[in-house]
Ligand binder design. Structure first.
Ligand SMILES: Nc1ncnc2c1ncn2[C@@H]1O[C@H](COP(=O)(O)OP(=O)(O)O)[C@@H](O)[C@H]1O
Ligand SMILES: O=C(CO)[C@@H](O)[C@H](O)COP(=O)(O)O
Length: 459
């Protein structure tokens, strides 16, 4: 039985799955936590990855491995391959001003959408490079190469210390602002616009390109951004829109065409198969539920029970969940608000309900934008840590206005990476087909008044 490994180095933790390459059956797994914060030294990811690999029984017997990871983080390397400073993550908003400057300098959002399919917001890598150039010139002067979290971990696993061995894939390259998913080419002119000079960049591999080798000689696949990897891991079909409730909230679908949204609401990322991945991303998802549980001093199970015990719409109590600022809509300095507090709504159940509904309404806005850009949403596939909440699963269809399909709890980003690794071993134009367990389906009548009261509160 040939085995393959899939890795998800996500915002909050690192997960490793070892699966049978032919059937996809889960054989072993491991996991380790990442530190909190929006600025993290990549060494912490490497430590967590090694712990998770050890917990998963090692990689000595795998025939291939791939790394997926949180997108956009700026990993700046000096000429010796050393990390110049802790990475600024996708949810670090200090480069919001740099994003606004870059939009103005290229002549507006439409110019960026035409050039690279996305419009600068603080999440994207180039805005972080601009911030570095302006605020830490001594560090900026030392930078020889820039790569993304999954690129760096793949390189570390390969054992290379040469910058010329850095590799990435289309899905993650498409979130940098200096690579175009439409032309499959770097835009070094845009890198120079943002950072002031050119840098060594990872070579962008195709779907089954080889990024290096493990010590046992097994190939490392190109890897992926975590959302594109989840699309592969869930085996999403045409008409499926995936909603992931992790640290970020994401709404996306695989597509033959790249969106061209000058507002930047729908970003034109690439997927792992040579196509596109139109996506809407919020900064506030599972951690909104974490925060509500903390406020109420309950665990997630009790938060869910409380939310389901309150009436739909929480009698007008609305939580606008911008706890980390927000990216969609682009309000990096926003904070969360609660509206509609009365004696009647001042209960734990109302607050729990408002937290679940507010978080889901922000994602429902994203779904509207995605479908307005041309995506077909016959059903929603719900994944990520937040999908473990029964309240989320049961309330989601009423707000999305679609059936919600929930695969069994699992690590779908790591699974996508494992499936990519299996694809690397067999080659061909399409990834291997793995049998999937039967998902649960949730349906409910849509309740537009909840979205209306949310829209009024968020302004
Ligand atoms: N039963 C649950 N209900 C609500 N949230 C949960 C539940 N279980 C885990 N979470 C939350 O999900 C998040 C982790 O999800 P995950 O998709 O792994 O995030 P990330 O990929 O961003 O690291 C954490 O914030 C965690 O508290
Ligand atoms: O910024 C994005 C996508 O554009 C986020 O989706 C990150 O990729 C982090 O993902 P999670 O760790 O929340 O899964």
């Amino acid at each position: 039985m040939a085995l393959v490994a899939g890795i998800d180095s996500s915002t909050q933790s690192c997960k490793v799955v070892i699966r049978d390459a032919e059937t996809g059956k889960l054989v072993r797994q491991g996991r380790a936590a990442h530190p909190d914060g929006t600025e993290v030294h990549p060494d912490a990811w490497w430590t967590a990855l090694r712990q998770a690999i050890e917990e998963a029984g090692g990689l000595d017997d795998v025939a291939a491995a791939s790394v997926a990871g949180q997108q956009h983080g700026m990993v700046a390397l000096d000429e010796n391959g050393e990390v110049v400073r802790p990475a600024l993550l996708w949810n670090d908003t200090r480069s919001a001003g740099a994003a606004a400057d870059l939009i103005a300098e290229l002549g507006g959002g439409a110019a960026w959408a035409d050039a690279v399919g996305i419009v600068p917001v603080a999440s994207f890598t180039l805005t972080k490079l601009r911030w570095l150039a302006r605020h830490e010139p001594a560090n900026a002067a030392r930078v020889a190469a820039v790569c993304l979290p999954h690129d760096w971990l793949t390189w570390k696993l390969s054992g290379s210390t040469s910058l010329s061995d850095l590799r990435t894939d289309r899905s993650d390259a498409s979130g940098t602002l200096y690579w175009s998913a439409k032309t499959n080419e770097y835009r070094r002119d845009l890198l120079e616009l943002g950072f002031g000079r050119d840098l060594i960049l990872p070579e962008v591999l195709g779907p089954t390109g080889i990024a290096g080798h493990l010590p046992n000689g097994a190939p490392l696949g190109p890897g992926a951004g975590d959302n594109a990897s989840a699309a592969l891991g869930t085996g999403a079909a045409p008409g499926d829109v995936i909603v992931s409730i992790g640290t970020s909230g994401t709404v996306f679908a695989s597509s033959e065409v790249s969106p061209n949204d000058p507002t930047g609401t729908v970003a034109g990322f690439a997927d792992t198969t040579g196509r596109f991945l139109p996506i809407v991303v919020t900064l506030n998802a599972a951690r909104v539920l974490d925060a509500a549980a903390r406020l109420l001093n309950v665990d997630h199970e009790e938060l869910s029970r409380l939310a389901l015990s309150a009436p739909a719409g929480a009698d007008g109590l609305v939580l606008v969940p911008y706890l980390e600022g927000e990216r969609t809509p682009n309000r990096p300095d926003a904070t969360g608000t609660i509206q509609g507090l009365t004696l009647r709504t001042s209960t734990p159940a109302h607050l729990a309900r408002a937290a679940v509904e507010g978080m889901l309404c922000a994602l429902a806005d994203g779904l509207d934008a995605l479908t307005a850009s041309g995506a077909v949403a016959d059903r929603i596939v719900l994944v990520g840590g937040g999908a473990r909440s029964e309240a989320v699963r049961r309330i989601a269809p009423a707000l999305f206005g679609k059936p919600v399909v929930v695969p069994p709890p699992g690590e779908y980003v790591a699974d996508g990476a494992a499936r990519q690794a299996a694809w690397v071993t067999v080659g061909g134009d399409l990834p291997p087909v793995w049998s999937a367990e039967t998902p649960e389906v949730y349906e409910a009548d849509s309740v537009p008044s909840i979205r209306e009261q949310y829209a009024t509160a968020r302004g």
